[in-house]
Design a protein around this ligand. Structure first.
Ligand code: WT7
Length: 705
């Protein structure tokens, strides 16, 4: 079937092709079919869905998703393209996201759990929050934000919190007021949080005093101080820091409070007991939140998501792909500080009145049976996680799932390509060979899924995401803009031809970068208001099989996908350059069996500097500026960087050396001799090792705009 082994290029021919286009020779995997018990109860079983969402019905097809929401005012125009590529969905419509995720469920589901919080400390019992309780807590928090902080519609608030119930409560309180939340992943450093405060122009920072991680109680309040200092250095003053308490009866942080700036939320809330705040009726295209993500430059991009389009899209995809019914207990193990958590822990599941589980800690703590015990105890029947978590649970506890009596009807994997081996363990062992698996491909920018199998309709193919989602029309282009149709057997740049409701609206404060990064590459007419002229450039290499299943090969830009999280090489490099002794830094991805990719750092020192202690300083700098997640696997001090004659560092050559693959032709370099020196330093004196490299590593460091 399809493109298995299609070898339409000869060796040597490849040099004339861009790296993104080289032929990829997969073994075609056998497919698995959804089990009839799942199909019998599924939300999406109509095979005509593809037709309903086909191009001839676009954009009206997306009414189906929007109709899952409660609108204060119905929209008049489904899609407005007049300011292409700044698409507007459901124009004229009005709604409130917090109303849709909370208030409207009270009548039927008042006493049903909306959220269940699971502490990392296994001694603590799980804490369920009913929809009624969520309603009360969101209202009280909204009252506090409005009356104590003076926040109003359109203001931005930065939230730097761990995985606790108070996080969605805070987000929904913002949404209730039309305040734009910007949640920064709790594992990011105070400095990284500060940089995002500055970019978004927040006056209020909301945090928590501490949380459990790998059995330790971490002081998190200290990061708020660093964030405020960093922000004020760059001219943005945080007026108020609101600190949630992790424990009712004690503080989780020894860091002192700053008089007049810091406030304990739990104390403030006493003044707002029972306060109700009417949800502000927001225009469909009003921004709901910002989510920062890494790109090709050192500056993270604040992806701005809309209220109506975003909520419609995540609700529709949660219903049809996650197969969420109000009776389900759904657990997505991602962090709410990433887009997966926003869309598929908070907004999508709550809009559908599901019960959504929030787990504070590390999946393998205190042992790799933990997730399966949680699933058993809470009766989780939908499970959602990343290949990194799957690989690590498989490595340390391959037999653990067999010890527990949970039953999943469907499971998801997201965030990175999954190796067929890991997929099969997920399916056979975690899913007992009967649970439907969806591999969902999407991005921070896209709001929700772009490709996935429809769980009751499409067979599963290990290692491939699925066909395009209903209403998503992809295209794979080569570098010159020539289309590589399904079955072409060659990889290219995957784009989406059409707008869809979940697509982000712009980069906060930088609309030019938005157009340049995502639309300029394949747009032929900048003045066009016809969506057909504006394919969305996703930044991933992909191979499209004849059966229309997409195989994602990884990023084509300078982004490293570490454990399913995007880090920009330029961001890590600029962190390295904060160490005064460092003259130059180059960051490359290396393949890691568990975390997918991890960064490795090459540095050249300023003249006369002694190397002792420098690698440690560089590692610390990366942790301070970005966070532990970006910690390099190794810091290598080299005499000089391999460079082109124009002085550009050849990261591709360094990536090849780190990954023990052939570094290819280096004759055009300004200093080819240094390459062999570095190779010997990294690999030892033996002969050049040759290892087949994954596509993203082969392509790494290519210019992609
Ligand atoms: C990048 C987006 C989508 C939420 C989590 C990550 C990679 C994502 C898959 C998948 C292969 C995937 C892509 C994409 N990616 N899902 N199912 N198979 N690769 O969001 O941080 O914005 O990262 O993650 O390279 O571009 P993100």
């Amino acid at each position: 079937m399809a493109d298995a082994g299609t070898q339409n290029q000869k060796e040597g021919d490849e040099s004339r092709l861009s790296e993104a286009e080289i032929a990829v020779h997969w073994k075609e995997e056998e497919v698995y079919y959804p089990n009839p018990r799942f199909v019998g109860q599924a939300n999406l079983t109509d095979p005509n869905v593809s037709d309903r969402f086909s191009e001839k019905n676009f954009p009206e097809c997306f009414r189906e998703y929007a109709d899952l929401l409660s609108w204060d005012k119905y929209w008049t125009t489904t899609l407005d393209t007049s300011k292409a590529p700044f698409w507007k969905w459901f124009v004229g419509g009005k709604l409130n996201a917090s109303f849709n995720c909370v208030d409207r469920h009270l009548e039927k589901y008042r006493n049903k759990a909306a959220l269940i919080f699971v502490s990392e400390n296994e001694e603590d019992p799980p804490e369920a929050v009913t929809y009624q309780e969520l309603y009360i807590r969101v209202n009280e928090m909204a009252a506090l934000l409005r009356d104590f902080c003076g926040l109003k519609t359109g203001d931005r608030v930065t939230i730097h919190m761990p995985m606790v119930t108070e996080l969605p409560v805070t987000m929904l309180a913002c949404a209730r007021l039309g305040v734009i939340h910007s949640v920064v992943f709790g594992g990011f450093s105070g400095e990284a949080c500060g940089a995002r405060i500055v970019d978004s122009g927040s006056r209020v920072l909301i945090t928590m005093d501490g949380y459990y991680r790998s059995g330790k109680l971490l002081d998190h309040k200290v990061n708020a101080d660093i964030a405020c200092r960093k922000a004020s250095e760059e001219g943005t003053k945080i007026e108020k820091v609101l600190i949630w308490k992790r424990f009712r009866d004690k503080s989780a942080s020894p860091t002192p409070m700053v008089e007049g700036r810091d406030f304990i939320v739990n104390d403030l809330l006493k003044k707002f007991r029972g306060h109700l705040v009417p949800p502000v009726s927001m225009a469909a295209e009003a921004p709901l939140f910002l989510m920062y993500t890494s790109g090709s430059t050192g500056k993270p991009k604040g992806c701005q998501h809309s209220t109506g389009g975003y909520l419609a899209y995540v609700t529709g995809t949660s219903k049809y792909i996650q197969d969420i019914h109000p009776t389900d207990v759904y657990w997505c193990m991602a962090d709410i500080g990433w887009i997966t958590g926003h869309s598929y822990i908070v907004y999508g599941p709550l809009a559908l009145a599901a019960t959504s589980v929030i787990y504070e800690g590390v999946p393998t703590f205190p042992d790799p049976g933990r997730p399966w015990r949680i699933a058993e105890q809470l009766g989780v029947n939908i499970f959602h996680t990343s290949p990194t978590a799957i690989r690590s649970l498989r490595k340390v506890g391959p037999e653990e799932p067999k010890k527990y009596h949970y039953r999943f009807k469907c499971m998801t994997t997201v965030g990175e390509p999954i190796e067929p081996e890991a997929w099969r363990w997920y399916y056979e062992v975690v899913g007992r060979g009967e649970t439907v698996v969806t591999d969902t491909w999407w991005q921070t920018e896209t709001g929700g899924f772009l490709c996935s199998t429809k769980p009751a309709l499409d067979p599963m193919k290990p290692g491939s995401t699925g066909p395009p989602m209903p209403g998503i029309y992809p295209v794979v282009y080569d570098e010159t803009g020539k289309e590589l149709p399904p079955g072409a057997g060659r990889a290219g740049n995957v784009c989406i031809r059409n707008p869809w409701p979940g697509i982000f609206q712009t980069i906060w404060g930088d609309p030019d970068r938005f157009v340049r990064t995502y639309y300029a590459k394949y747009n032929k007419d900048k003045t066009s208001t016809d969506w057909h002229d504006w394919p969305y450039f996703a930044g991933d290499g992909a191979l499209w099989a004849k059966d229309r299943y997409m195989r994602i090969l990884g990023r084509v830009d300078d982004v490293i996908n570490v454990a399913g999280h995007r880090l920009g090489t330029k961001e890590i490099e600029s962190a390295c350059l904060t160490v005064p002794e460092v003259a130059e830094a180059a960051v490359v991805p290396i393949v890691d069996a568990e975390r997918g990719r991890v960064p490795e750092v090459y540095i050249a020192l300023k003249p006369g500097v002694k190397p002792e202690g420098i690698p440690e300083k560089v590692t610390l700098a990366v942790e301070t500026v970005i966070g532990k997640i970006a910690r390099p696997r190794a810091v290598r001090i080299v005499p000089d960087m391999p460079k082109t004659r124009s002085g550009k560092i050849m990261r591709r050559v360094l990536a090849s050396i780190s990954n023990r693959m052939d570094y290819g032709d280096i004759t055009t370099l300004a200093n080819p001799e240094v390459v062999e020196q570095i190779r010997v330093q990294v690999q030892g004196a033996g002969p050049v090792e040759k290892k087949a490299a994954p596509e993203d590593i082969k392509r790494f460091g290519q210019d992609s705009g």
